[in-house]
Write a protein that binds this ligand. Sequence first.
Ligand code: DSN
Length: 422
Amino acid sequence: MTLPLSHPALSATDPELAALVGAEEQLQADTLRLIPSENYVSQAVLEASGTVLQNKYSEGYAGRRYYEGQQNIDQIELLAVARAKSLFGVDHANVQPYSGSPANLAVYLAFAEPGDTVMGMALPMGGHLTHGWGVSATGKWFRGVQYGVRHDTGLVDFDEVRELALKERPKVIFCGGTALPRTIDFAAFAEIAREAGAVLVADVAHIAGLIAGGAHPSPVPHVDVVSTTTHKTLRGPRGAMLMSREEHAKAIDKAVFPGLQGGPHNQTTAGIAVALHEASQPSFRDYAAQVVANAKALAGELLARGFDLVSGGTDNHLILMDLTSRDVPGKVAAKALDRAGIVVNYNTVPYDTRKPFDPSGIRIGTPSLTSRGLGVEHMAAVAAWIERGVTAAGKGDEDELTAIRAEVADLMTAYPAPGLTT
Ligand code: DSN
């Protein structure tokens, strides 16, 4: 289906760029997007993010700005903050971090000094670069100690985490990550952080929408700080938030501004406010539950086809497939699936014997397809396409990939994506 969307001013001023935007709209409409950190924002979030709020500088916080003319901006930011506090049940929210990595940097600035020990899950085990991994500033400017998951279960080994924390005494412990298919036991991390005297940070970027929608336990009663991006399961614009207990509010705010950032991106703040409003509606609870139901159904279908899934399945929105037994490298599979109209990312699996840029796995998830209205009844077809795509990747069967692409596009036409309809 050819999209009728148009951007008249953009097309008139810069047709080259307009054509690229149009092509991206068409691509997002036609393909089955399975990258678990991506989603489709609503038309309302798109509109809020593309307003004249772009034009305004607002360094500082509401009522304490370094620029005049904040009559409306203050109210917008206060609205976003109030909605975040209410949705997540937190004392304090800062909606200014530009994205997840700057948000996590602000946490370190608030609670650690350069050279201090910090602890998080190793990136190849499912953590994030900013949880103290060596190539990140957080692993260069701090002494990052890293925990992982057990080889046999694919689950966090809390005995290992406790032992490491008590030995290394980190100032900050991060829990959460980017390739974790299972429920995070925030209470277990909190007990360890208390014993070790560390500040505990839950990086819930991937699962914020599930938490808001009641489909994953909340970290709020257990942790000192919650860090999240706003554009994954939460279905907002690309941005981030830091939420905390009142005792940490000043430290967090000072770290974000003036510690790390200048003026907040007010258009993003507005988009976040809209997304938080949407996430507070009863329908968002249905969405979050459906994301998980779809992921569990998809995992079941993949297991039935003999695929190896890290940890044996999923509790959330994400599935980490280990393709070693199929003898197809993750990157080869991901690129072939892309040609078949199925967008995934290649990913390391725990204890991967291959290199991060050419790993053994692919990472998939259900937030985007659920936003389009696909349900459990579609997951057998999705799993079958993945299997056919991976098999075709191994054989170099481009005709099969082309055939899958047409089938995928047919289904996608029947389930238009938010923000891509007129
Ligand atoms: N890039 C994000 C993800 O895909 O999980 C993490 O920063």
